[in-house]
Design a protein around this ligand. Structure first.
Ligand SMILES: C[S@@+](CC[C@H](N)C(=O)[O-])C[C@H]1O[C@@H](n2cnc3c(N)ncnc32)[C@H](O)[C@@H]1O
Length: 120
């Protein structure tokens, strides 16, 4: 699998570290199916930080679903995904993003094994 990874030299599987400065989808699309043991990400929370454009929740979830689908495609059947998100606030209502992202993972056949809630 990874041995046959014929892609850009900078993404070669023998590298111990690859830093991809760009859209994660461009990197994920180059990775073969069922190969990653661990995906860890802190994606945008859609709260209007300087690095993100705030979208309607449905549109944000569609974007996240596309990245999650690609991540799951690359994930080994024995692999894990850690998806760290916060709260989306809409018109005074708090929506914990993990609760709305959870169904995307379950539809793709993943099981939640652990839930960590940070409190300050
Ligand atoms: C919640 S922040 C995570 C910050 C990170 N944990 C850190 O300590 O710097 C989300 C980050 O995802 C980046 N980002 C947003 N869309 C992205 C994409 N399509 N591909 C790669 N990175 C993306 C943003 O620029 C931002 O730095």
């Amino acid at each position: 699998m990874l041995e046959n990874w014929k892609i850009d030299e900078k993404f070669r599987p023998s590298a111990s570290i690859v830093v991809h400065l760009g859209d994660c989808m461009d990197l994920l699309r180059t990775i073969p199916n069922d190969t990653l043991q661990l995906v860890v990400t802190s994606p945008p929370y859609n709260i209007g930080k300087e690095y993100e454009k705030r979208h309607k929740l449905e549109s944000y979830l569609e974007q996240q679903a596309a990245v999650i689908r690609e991540s799951v495609r690359c994930l080994s059947p024995t692999g894990s995904i850690c998806w760290q998100v916060g709260n989306y606030v809409d018109n005074g209502a708090i929506i914990p993003l993990d609760t709305v992202i959870y169904p995307i993972f379950t539809r793709l056949g993943l099981k939640m094994r652990k839930r960590i809630i940070w409190h300050f």
